[in-house]
Design a protein around this ligand. Structure first.
Ligand SMILES: Nc1nc2c(ncn2[C@@H]2O[C@H](COP(=O)(O)OP(=O)(O)OP(=O)(O)O)[C@@H](O)[C@H]2O)c(=O)[nH]1
Ligand SMILES: [Mg+2]
Length: 289
């Protein structure tokens, strides 16, 4: 069993799905229609889920950085990351899209931009028009969920796996606002193993791209380092135990045994599910240096 994260096969994660290339090209072509960009990152991995290519893509359009899933993150760390991004010049809003938390702040920020836009139009003698908002981010961060929340019904498909949204789609929110939903986009080379494993741990890349054992061990190692008490609480194991022992204990606890042998895949899947669904506590996997 691999106890560290060095075993990720670089050639496997050196990948770039064709639809992401297409999406980026289509966004570039539409950019002059856009008034404001909402970039969404996952508050549990605020560094790993930030696609730096988006800076180049959206140039100097007004931008809001939304940190999603704050119902699942370590909120004190999230506040430090919020400050970190604010110091870099971003307007940051943290949101919980399950409980509609801070959606009002997001709406206000968009409306403020709409006022500026229409004042400029008025001065030029032009009629008021709807503000056009581009929603961007890596897969599975909640772009479509955000749009559904703002529109107040299921206007676009969502799901807990990457790649649910397949094409660009305009959605009218109300008389004054339209949002463009987009497929998640990543960068061409996932060459940072830590980041790749974080993304796989939280389903922003397909789990199958990496080895499930490595993802599960990565999660255990993270918890040992950052949240040992959560590990103890969920599985009754301590950070001193080695990973082989830990896997065996979890297997026993959840009954993942086949002919007296550990059903490893079931254990690994259980660890991933527990992390994603919050049974391992409210966690933030990235650290501020
Ligand atoms: N707990 C929690 N879950 C969320 C939140 N926002 C989104 N989700 C869940 O995250 C999953 C992904 O949401 P989507 O809206 O489909 O994500 P997306 O960014 O559109 O993903 P792609 O279309 O694949 O790029 C869904 O299962 C949502 O229910 C949130 O704030 N909190
Ligand atoms: Mg989507």
């Amino acid at each position: 069993m691999n106890e560290n994260n060095n075993g990720v096969n670089r050639s496997v994660i050196n990948w770039y799905p064709g639809h992401m290339v297409k999406t980026k090209r289509e966004i570039e072509q539409l950019l002059n229609l856009i008034d404001i960009v909402i970039e969404i990152i996952d508050a549990r991995i605020p560094i790993s889920s930030k696609n730096k290519d988006i800076d180049t893509l959206v140039k100097n359009k007004p931008r809001i950085l939304a940190m999603s899933k704050i119902d699942l993150c370590d909120i004190n760390k999230t506040l430090s990351f919020k400050e970190y991004y604010e110091n870099l010049g971003y307007k940051v809003i943290t949101v919980d899209l399950m409980n509609n938390k801070n959606l009002d702040k997001l709406l206000k920020a968009i409306n403020d931009e709409a006022v500026i836009l229409n004042e400029k139009r008025k001065k030029k003698g032009l009629k008021e028009r709807k503000i056009r908002v581009l929603v961007l981010g890596i897969p599975n961060v909640g772009k479509s969920t955000l749009i559904n929340r703002l529109v107040g019904k299921k206007a676009t498909q969502v799901g807990d796996k990457p790649g649910i949204t397949k094409k660009l789609e305009w959605i009218r929110i109300n008389k004054t606002m339209e949002l463009l939903d987009t497929p998640g986009i990543l960068w061409p080379k996932l060459d940072n193993e830590e980041i790749a494993l974080n993304l796989a741990s939280l389903s922003s890349i397909k789990q199958e791209i990496l080895d499930i054992e490595q993802i599960a061990i990565h999660i255990i190692n993270k918890l040992k380092k950052l949240y040992p008490l959560n590990l103890e609480k969920r599985y009754n194991i301590t950070k001193e135990e080695d990973n082989q022992e830990i896997i065996a204990k979890i297997a026993k606890k959840i009954g993942a045994m086949k002919n007296n042998e550990i059903d490893y895949d079931r254990v690994y899947l259980c660890i991933l599910k527990d992390l994603k669904e919050g049974y391992l506590g409210k966690i933030t996997m990235d650290e501020l240096k």
